[in-house]
Design a protein around this ligand. Structure first.
Ligand SMILES: [Zn+2]
Ligand SMILES: [Zn+2]
Length: 368
């Protein structure tokens, strides 16, 4: 048992996170204990409050140094610097086929607040609390996580930038590189240029896109999208008819559209700008009861494909090193998305993200 650790706990759906003291369970043979040095903050850490039984410790983009390994762990050693990536069971059909992003148990092991065997990894004042969020719960000074989800790092890139990568950035870059298999020389539109959309823009530029159209209602985000590779921008709040404007720019339509907006107007606009045989990938978790009306005719006449994206179809142990390599070469400037806060400022970081002031907030645990 590892005790006296600071962690941010969520007790209510509307209330801010509270700093508390927790203890970690002893390690199971396949697990490691990580000293968390940095962790990303993602909107799933807020949406998780509606899914995971509370009280719960969230955080799912942890980076750190391994303190202890379980008896069966052979892939990493104490002292190794690692990213904790998304959770996968390791033995279902998808995991066995090297497609952990489609793990059949993904929902439960991500959101149950428990290990896969139903046990708790964390206690607060001797009472078990939900943790094991994405099988890590990195809003704490230390985390227990299965060794299979770890990605070792041997770059000089700062921990706060590594912590920006494993969820939204992996998804946005992965949809281009892994899901679409983008080969360059092609056109792409991205609806919504937050962390996921901007990562799609950067990956498309890296892979040699011909045109990259960014669509967003926030002028500052469109300006950043342009700096990161967008060749065209449209602000629907400033256009009488943004679809007509896009059709003027791309009369034959676009072969690839990425939707990160989660908005039905954007969804229907995106539909109408696809070219024949085009593909549209939806990258954001919809509200469970949400319904959109749409025109099947628009899809049929284009023979278009609508795809949901799970972690960008990216296998983290190979794709995260690829993104780090791109960053090291100056070809994937993820630092432009990141705002760093001390660990003590989680609620400040959340507010800045909600207000659209911080694109990718990251907590630095070394600073507190
Ligand atoms: Zn699995
Ligand atoms: Zn996330």
């Amino acid at each position: 048992v590892s005790g006296g650790l600071q962690a941010w706990i969520a007790r209510g759906k509307e209330s801010p996170f509270e700093l508390t003291e927790v203890e970690l369970d002893t390690l199971q043979p396949n697990e490691v204990r990580v000293e968390v040095t940095a962790t990303g903050v993602c909107h799933m850490d807020l949406e998780g409050k509606d899914i995971v039984p509370l009280p719960a410790v969230f955080g799912h983009e942890g980076v750190g140094r391994i303190l202890e390994i379980g008896a069966d762990v052979t892939t990493v050693q104490p002292g190794d610097r690692v990213i904790m990536s998304y959770a996968a069971c390791g033995h279902c059909g998808s995991c066995a086929a090297d497609a952990p992003y489609h793990c059949e148990d993904s929902w439960d092991i991500t959101f149950s607040g428990l290990r896969a065997d139903g046990s708790h990894t964390m206690r607060e004042h001797d009472k078990p609390v939900s943790a094991a969020f994405f099988q890590q719960s990195s809003f704490a000074q230390e985390a227990i996580t299965p060794a299979r989800g770890l990605v070792p790092v041997d770059s000089n890139i700062d921990d706060t930038l590594l912590a920006a990568l494993p969820c939204g950035v992996l998804t946005g870059a992965g949809v281009i590189a892994c899901q679409f298999g983008f080969r360059g020389g092609e056109d792409l539109a991205v609806f919504g240029v937050g962390a996921v959309g901007l990562s799609a823009v950067m990956a498309a530029k890296r892979l040699g896109a011909r045109s990259i159209l960014a669509v967003d209602v926030k002028p500052t985000r469109l300006a950043l999208a342009e700096e990161l590779g967008a060749t065209h921008t449209i602000n629907p709040a400033q256009e009488a008819d943004s679809v007509a404007r896009i059709q003027e720019l791309f009369p034959k339509g676009l072969p690839y559209v990425v939707d990160t907006s989660g908005n039905s107007t954007a969804f229907n606009s995106a539909t109408r700008i696809l070219k024949t045989g085009g593909r549209m990938a939806v990258c954001i978790l919809p509200q469970p009861m949400e319904t959109f009306s749409f025109q099947p005719f628009e899809w049929f006449t284009r023979a278009a494909t609508l795809e949901a994206v799970s972690f960008g179809n990216a296998e983290a142990s190979s794709f995260l090193p690829q993104l780090i390599d791109w960053y090291d070469q100056g070809l994937f400037p993820v630092d432009r998305l990141v705002t760093v806060y001390p660990f003590s400022d989680l609620n400040v970081a959340v507010e800045a993200a909600m207000a659209g002031e911080a694109i990718k907030p990251v907590l630095d645990l070394r600073a507190s």
